[in-house]
Structures are given as C-alpha cells and as structure tokens.
Design a protein around this ligand. Structure first.
Ligand SMILES: C[S@@+](CC[C@H](N)C(=O)[O-])C[C@H]1O[C@@H](n2cnc3c(N)ncnc32)[C@H](O)[C@@H]1O
Length: 454
C-alpha cells in the first residue's frame, strides 16, 4: 500500500531537480493565474487561489529566475504585478534564507481562514521542511517586491497568515503545514471566485469527495492527474478501495467502476485513456460543471506520465486555460508536452502558441465544406470545443483567399445580406454567415489518396 500513496517526507529533493514538463506545467499555471486574477479583479470579485500541494516555492539550479518560481511564488508574483499594473520586475532575489524559524504541523481538519481582502492566496504543504522554506521564500519575495509592509500572525488552528497592510496591495496569504485532505476551502459567497491547483508528486490518492469541495459553481480547479500511476495500480487488489474513492463511486457502483477500468486495459495506452476519460466524466458530473480540458505530459521515454485536467463552469475560464495550455504545448496539433522531444530530440522549449493558421483553416474547411450561411459563432465553437486549437479569425482569411483561382470560403454576409466593409475581415461581434464551396473532384481524390497511404 505504501508505494501507492505519496509520502511527503520523500519530497525534499524534488525542488532540486526540474524537467521540461515541470517548466511547462508552471508556465500554464502562470498564464491561467494572470487571466484569472485580472478577470476576477476587474469585475470587483474576491479572488481566491488555493495551491493544495504548494511545495517549497522555488526550484534551485534553474538558469532563468522566472522558471525557478514554484507555483505559490507564481501566484504571488502575478498578484503583485496585477496591483502594480505593469510587468517590469526589479527583484533581486535569492531563495532559502531562514527568517521564520519554525512552523507547527496542523493535526486536525481545518478550514482556510475567512478574509475580506481582495485577493487571498491559500497554500497547504505537508512536508515541514518544504513548508518552512515556502514561508521564508514568501517573506523574502515580499521584502524585495513590496518592502516591509506586511505582518505575520498565527491563528488558533495553526494557520500562518501573512497580510499586506499596504493599501495598494490588498491581499493576504494563508499557509498551513497540512495534508490537503485536512483542509476545507473558505465558504462559498456570490462575490468569491476560487481557483485550486492540485499538484501532487507521484501518486497521491485524493478521494473525489474531497476534490468535490473545490469545484462547481464559482470554483474551478487545475488538477495534475497521475494517469499512468492510476492505470498501473488499478489492477492491484489491495488498491481497489482507494481507486473507488479516487473516482468517487459508491459501494453499489464498485463493480461497475472496476469493470469499466478493466475494459480495453490490455494495451497500456488504452488503459490510460480510460482512466483519464472516466475521471473527467466523474469530475464533470460531481461538479455539475460544463467545461473540461486535458493536457498530456510524456516523460523522457515519450511515455505518458500524467494529465493536467482543468474543470470550470465558466466559458471565459475555459478559454483562458485553453490559451494557456496552447502556449505551453510543444506540439502544434495537440495539447501536450514530451520531455523526450525536448531532452532527446533537442527541441527548444517554446512557450508561445505555435498553431499553424493553414492547418486550422484546413480543419474548418474539412468540417464545413459545402455548407451555406454557417454562423461564425458555430465555427468558433467548433474550434474551441472540438479541436486542439484556439479561436482566431485569421484562418477564415486564408480560406477566403486560397487557392487563388478557387477560394474555399465563397461568401460572407450578415443576416441582412450586407458584406463586411473591408474584404477579408469579420469585424466585431456581428454573427457573420459564411458559405463554403463543396470540395472539387480533384480535392476529393487527393484526400482519398492520402487516406490510402495512411
Ligand atoms: C509536485 S510538488 C508541488 C510543486 C508545486 N506545485 C510547484 O509547482 O512548485 C508536491 C508537493 O506536495 C507535497 N505533498 C505531498 N503530499 C501532500 C499532501 N498530502 N498534502 C499536501 N502536500 C503534500 C510534497 O511535499 C511536495 O512539496
């Protein structure tokens, strides 16, 4: 059983080794936090970010300071920059200087403290050394960014709170030396929005009934789902109960759950797919959430290691995360990263969106060829929800221009038959109606030939 459950005492050295997929994961988290903080703050909501497996806050030995921040410092950096309203940082920063001498482990179940600050950052970390490093990294980070305008206090539950008292930085940070399973989120309020990051190392069995507290209306979560571990351990008899709890099935559903996981699991790839799909379906059901996104992470041998899963009820949250995942993706045509390509094939780690507008144009044409008056919103939704790409209007321009003698997009008009004032543009929120010509015989036979070759 021990090998199945993550042991926080083993995770000290974690912050001394990093890999490309770790950098990508934190890049995606940063990009999403930036959007989440800006959107919630601009709407005068209270922003709460909870980093459940926070870590020490800093990775040593990485050449680039930005890449060296662990997820809690990323949240803090994003929040401070939001309040500064500019992204130029003059930080002089070196990690791990001991200022706070000790932190007491929390021994009971707790709720993260209530606060009326505009932004609240909640961190839990089970490993005492990492937690102490985290506290000190935060203190140092604050000194070099907002000066000494903060105080540290300890509440009755043992949660350490670091509060800024500079009015320009209305935030506080709660840190608990606790297991994720011990911690409840603050109460739901109409003006609150919660983003939770669940990023265990190795396989950590987090029951669905606990995860459920952090997702749903006004609550979104970014989850590191250890799909390869789940796939590997699901066949071990002694792990059955843990698996049932991970997925949140009831006792009556036990057999159904185990059977579903076994089907197709002869091939490892299929088994992993099934583990992820079932988890996503369950998450959506339990949270009554509408939107879900997955990002595949492969290791140095190009074998799938884990999936990053994002769940939200808000279309804007979905779009912001897809933009973040797309910019972290090292493959233009999927949402994924592989350490193999970066470390073994010498691929440069790139953190920008590399989707090819001609490939996206071809996808749109493939789907809508021969259709008249397709609402641009339908095409936009197709791209957001049915492809690995993010929505841009540029591929439409390609379709309207190419091939020069026989363009694929033949007509654009609004509901009254009026065309856009400038050709090859589809301005504003107008629901333009687009007509795509059918494929020519030559295109059809080219496709057939390609299919045969495949
Ligand atoms: C993958 S690391 C987190 C990395 C961090 N999210 C980042 O991006 O910088 C996982 C951390 O969770 C801690 N941990 C392990 N089990 C835990 C638990 N049950 N509850 C809270 N933290 C735990 C480990 O000590 C380790 O520091």
């Amino acid at each position: 059983m021990k090998s199945f459950v993550s042991d926080p005492s083993e995770h000290n050295s974690f912050f001394e080794n990093d890999n490309p997929h770790g950098v990508v994961k934190r890049h995606i988290f940063r990009r999403h936090c930036e959007a989440f903080v800006a959107k919630t703050q601009n709407c005068k909501l209270q922003t709460i970010i909870y980093d459940a497996f926070a870590g020490a806050g800093y990775y040593v030995g990485l050449p680039n300071v930005k890449n060296s921040y662990g997820s809690p410092l990323i949240c803090l950096d994003v929040v401070i920059k939001y309040f500064q309203q500019k992204s130029t940082s003059t930080l002089v920063y070196s990690p791990f200087t001991q200022e706070v001498q000790d932190i007491k482990p929390i021994v009971k179940d707790i709720q993260m403290p209530e606060s009326e600050d505009r932004v609240v950052l909640n961190f839990s970390e089970a490993n005492r050394d990492n937690c102490l490093k985290l506290v000190n990294n935060i203190v140092l980070f604050l000194r070099t960014s907002i000066g000494d305008a903060f105080f540290i206090s300890l509440n009755n539950d043992g949660v350490m709170t670091i509060s800024s008292y500079n009015e320009e930085y209305p935030f506080c940070i709660n840190i608990a030396n606790a297991e994720f399973i011990q911690v409840r989120p603050p109460d739901d309020k109409p003006y609150r929005r919660l983003l939770t990051f669940i990023d265990p190392f190795g396989y950590s069995q987090i029951p669905m009934k606990h995860v459920q507290r952090f997702i749903g209306e006004r609550r979104e979560a970014f989850i590191n789902f250890m799909s390869s571990y789940v796939n590997r351990f699901k066949n071990v008899k002694s792990n059955e109960t843990a698996i049932i709890e991970l997925y949140g099935f009831s006792d009556e559903e036990r057999n159904e759950c185990l059977q579903n996981l076994q089907v197709m699991s002869d091939h490892d790839e299929d088994g992993i797919n099934r583990c992820v799909q079932m988890y996503e379906t369950k998450l959506k059901k339990q949270a009554e959430s509408t939107y879900i996104l997955g990002f595949t992470v492969r290791n140095k041998k190009n074998v799938r290691l884990y999936h990053l899963i994002f769940i939200t009820n808000h279309i804007k949250g979905f779009k912001a995360m897809k933009e973040a995942m797309k910019s972290g993706s090292q493959d233009a045509d999927s949402l994924s990263v592989s350490d193999y390509h970066v470390e073994k094939n010498g691929m440069q780690l790139s953190l920008v969106n590399k989707q090819d507008i001609r490939v996206v144009a071809a996808k749109i044409y493939e789907r809508f060829q021969g259709q008249n008056n397709v609402n641009i919103k339908v095409i936009e939704n197709f791209i957001w929800f049915k492809t690995p790409y993010v929505w841009r209007k540029k591929p439409l321009k390609i379709l309207q221009k190419e091939p020069e003698d026989h363009p694929r997009l033949t007509n654009v008009k609004d509901k009254d038959g009026k065309k856009p004032s400038k050709k090859y543009t589809y301005p504003g929120v107008t629901e333009w109606l687009l007509t795509f010509r059918p494929k020519s015989d030559a295109e059809l036979s080219k496709n057939l030939h390609k299919l045969k070759l495949e």
